[in-house]
Design a protein around this ligand. Structure first.
Ligand code: FVH
Length: 286
């Protein structure tokens, strides 16, 4: 079914989103602070709105994909939101998502917060995922239209949930990147070909380790951090050994040191018998 959909923000991601909606046959109205960025989309059939308020007036479903939450709030200022669904796909902190949801609701609109798990080139391809949270009624009404951009997944009524899961997925990515950077620096110090190490050794190893994560997650949920794999004493000694090897190879272990500190702290509490899942308890702020 063809829908009227407005897109606010035509950066790299907003442009990809608008393109995918046009390709799926929707009537797309676009607005961007720098108007010239709309030209290629207009050539493909989009209508260009002169102001954000005009773009919001044009469609019941409005997708915002802007720099940050502040630019979303500023862009929506003065627009009539009554009867509109604002799907904000701008990367936001959980607190900001709740604030924008409240603002939209006060002005008579419905709200969905989104977390885009894709780069622009992945939009409208099978690997792309967009997490949503907030109004279930709005999600159900527009699920099919949203699926033109990426596989949609609803994560709950709390508007903060999709942004939080988005940030959690990014956290996992940066953690993996940190491990990769340290490993690459160590391997490079020995002159072994990095490409062979990465595709032949590291990636299969990381995949095997990642397969253990659901079991660790169960332990975290239950609070039972017992292990039959390797306890914290073994891991503490293993990481200390790693840090020494780094120094011996002339490589800085900077990205590994926080992990070592957390391991030491947990063991110092007398919990050396636990498995690695227990370290999650050390990350709760006082
Ligand atoms: N690009 C990516 O890979 C990702 C992946 C996952 C999620 N994001 C998030 O998407 C939001 C937009 O990112 P983007 O890549 O499209 O970013 P830019 O190409 O830099 O475009 C930014 C747009 O925001 C407009 N803008 C900036 N400041 C304001 C403002 N004060 N008022 C109104 N609009 C504003 C900017 O307009 P202009 O510079 O063209 O006039 C662009 O349309 C972002 O949350 C990512 O985290 C991207």
């Amino acid at each position: 079914m063809s829908e009227n959909i407005s897109v606010l923000g035509l950066g790299l991601m907003g442009t990809a989103l608008a393109k995918s909606l046009l390709a799926a046959g929707h009537q797309v109205t676009v607005w961007n602070r720098t108007p010239a960025k709309a030209d290629p989309l207009v050539a493909e059939g989009a209508k260009q709105a002169a102001t954000p308020a005009a773009a919001v007036a044009a469609s019941e479903l409005v997708i915002a994909c802007l720099l940050d939450s502040r630019s979303v709030t500023a862009t929506l200022e003065g627009a009539e939101l009554r009867g509109r669904v604002i799907a904000n796909l701008t990367t936001s902190r959980p607190v900001e998502a709740r604030e924008i949801a409240a603002l939209v609701s006060e002005r008579g609109g419905d709200h969905l917060a989104g977390g885009i798990m894709a780069i622009p080139q992945m939009i409208a391809t099978p690997g792309a995922l967009i997490l949503y949270s907030g109004s279930k009624a709005a999600y159900d009404r527009y699920e099919q239209a949203l699926s033109a951009m990426a596989r949609p997944q609803y994560t709950g009524a709390d508007p903060a949930m999709a942004p939080l899961l988005d940030l959690a997925m990014l956290t996992g990515m940066y953690g993996q990147m940190a491990g990769f950077l340290e490993a690459a620096a160590l391997v490079r110090s020995a002159g072994y070909p990095l490409r062979d190490f990465t595709s032949g050794l590291l990636v299969p190893w990381l995949n095997a380790m990642a397969a253990q994560q659901p079991a660790w997650a169960e332990k975290m949920e239950s609070g039972d951090h017992g292990t039959d794999v390797s306890n914290l004493e073994i891991n503490r000694s293993g990481v200390a050994n790693l840090v020494r090897a780094f120094h011996e190879q002339g490589v800085r272990p900077d990205l590994l040191l926080p992990m070592q500190e957390i391991l030491e702290r947990r063991v110092a509490r007398g919990l050396a018998h636990e498995g690695l899942s227990g370290l999650v308890e050390e990350l709760v702020a006082d």
